[in-house]
Design a protein around this ligand. Structure first.
Ligand SMILES: C[S@@+](CC[C@H](N)C(=O)[O-])C[C@H]1O[C@@H](n2cnc3c(N)ncnc32)[C@H](O)[C@@H]1O
Length: 330
C-alpha cells in the first residue's frame, strides 16, 4: 500500500472489507437528477430530498425518524447550519456550489444507504454534537431524554439531587454519548464507561476530548463489569445490544452498515441484559439504581424476571423500552 494511502487507512481504522465496500458504494453514486437552477431555496432541496428518499425506500432510524427531519439535517450539514438554524434560513437561496454539495449528500445517502450521520461524521443527541463513523453505532438511545426528564432532582426524579451524584457507570458506551450526557447532567460525578469494542472506544475517546470531560470520564476496555473491579456506582446507565436473532436477520441496509456487535443480543435478544441484571447489584451503592434500555424485550424480561419490580419508562418516541430498578430491589 502506498505510504499516503496507508496513513489514511490507519487514521480511519475501518476494516479493509468495509473500506472496500464503502468505496465501491460511493463509486456507484449517480449524478443528481436535477438541472442547475431547478431548486432554489433550502426548502426546495428538502422537498427534493424527501422525494428521493421515498423513491429509494431509505430507512430512518438514526437520530431522525422521518424523511423531513433527515433531509433538514443533511441540507443543514451541507451548509454548516445547526438544525436549530434551519428555520431562519429555510427560504434563503443557495449558491451553485452549495447546491452541488447538497445534491451530492442526498445522492450518497440514497446510493450507499449509509446512515446520514456517517456521511457527515456527526450526530446531535439532545442538541449535543457527537463525532461518529462506521466504527460505532449511531447514537439514538432513549436514555438521553430520560436523563433530562427523570434525573433532575424534581418531584418525579428517580434519584435525589443530581449535584450529589458521585459515580456513574455507562455500560456498553459505544461513542460515549450517554456517558458524556451523564457528565453534563451530574456535574460533580466521576463517570466510568465500558465497551468491548476497541474501535468504539477510539471514537468515544475523540468525543470525550472534544467535550473536554477527560478529567471526570474514564473509558475502559472490557466485557461488561469485568474491567471495573469492585467499584460501586450511584447510577448505572446502559443501552446494551438487544436485537434477537430474527431481528438481526432482517436489519435494514442502514443498520447493516453499523457494527453488528452493537445490536446482537443473542437468540432471544437478552444475552447481555440477563448478565447485567445478574451482576448490577454488586456494582451499585445502596441508594443507587440501574437504567437499562431493552428495545422490544419487555414481555420476555417481565416473564423471566417476574420477581423484580421493574419500572417501565416512556419517552417522546418510545413506550416501555427502558426500565429502572433501584439497587434495593435487585
Ligand atoms: C446498542 S450499542 C450502544 C452504544 C451507546 N451507548 C449508544 O447508546 O449509542 C451497544 C454497545 O455495546 C458494546 N458491547 C457489546 N457487547 C459488549 C460487552 N459484552 N461488554 C461491553 N460492551 C459491549 C458494543 O460494542 C456497542 O458499542
Amino acid at each position: 500500500m502506498a505510504k499516503k494511502a496507508k496513513a489514511k487507512a490507519a487514521k480511519t481504522k475501518q476494516p479493509a472489507k468495509r473500506r472496500a465496500a464503502t468505496a465501491k458504494s460511493r463509486a456507484a453514486v449517480s449524478a443528481p437528477k436535477v438541472a442547475a437552477g431547478e431548486l432554489v431555496t433550502l426548502l426546495d432541496f428538502v422537498r427534493y430530498a424527501v422525494s428521493r428518499f421515498a423513491e429509494a425506500g431509505v430507512v430512518f432510524a438514526h437520530g431522525t425518524t422521518d424523511p423531513i427531519a433527515e433531509a433538514v439535517f443533511l441540507v443543514g450539514e451541507a451548509l454548516h447550519l445547526h438544525p436549530d438554524q434551519f428555520e431562519m434560513f429555510a427560504t434563503a437561496r443557495v449558491t451553485v456550489r452549495e447546491a452541488t454539495a447538497i445534491l451530492g449528500l442526498i445522492e450518497r445517502r440514497v446510493a450507499t444507504r449509509l446512515p446520514a450521520a456517517y456521511l457527515v461524521n456527526k450526530i446531535y443527541m439532545r442538541g449535543v454534537q457527537f463525532y461518529v463513523d462506521e466504527r460505532v453505532i449511531v447514537p439514538r438511545s432513549y436514555i438521553g431524554e430520560l436523563l433530562e426528564s427523570h434525573f433532575d432532582g424534581g418531584a418525579t426524579s428517580l434519584i435525589g439531587d443530581p449535584e450529589a451524584v458521585e459515580r456513574v457507570l455507562d455500560l456498553c458506551t459505544g461513542s460515549g454519548c450517554l456517558a458524556i450526557l451523564a457528565a453534563r447532567n451530574f456535574p460533580h460525578a466521576e463517570i466510568d464507561a465500558v465497551d468491548l469494542s476497541k474501535d468504539a472506544l477510539a471514537v468515544a475517546a475523540k468525543n470525550v476530548a472534544d467535550h473536554g470531560v477527560g478529567e471526570r470520564l474514564t473509558l475502559h476496555h472490557g466485557n461488561l463489569f469485568a474491567p471495573l473491579g469492585e467499584a460501586r456506582y450511584d447510577l448505572i446507565i446502559t443501552n446494551p445490544p438487544y436485537v434477537d436473532a430474527e431481528g438481526m436477520a432482517s436489519l435494514p441496509a442502514e443498520c447493516r452498515a453499523e457494527p453488528a456487535m452493537a445490536f446482537d443480543g443473542g437468540d432471544d435478544g437478552l444475552d447481555i441484559i440477563r448478565r447485567i441484571l445478574d451482576e448490577a447489584k454488586d456494582h451499585l451503592t445502596p441508594d443507587g439504581g440501574l437504567l437499562c434500555e431493552v428495545g422490544r424485550g419487555r414481555a420476555l424480561i417481565e416473564e423471566e424476571f417476574s420477581n423484580l419490580p421493574l419500572l417501565w419508562l416512556d419517552t417522546e418516541e418510545s413506550n416501555g423500552e427502558v426500565f429502572w430498578i433501584a439497587a434495593s430491589d435487585l
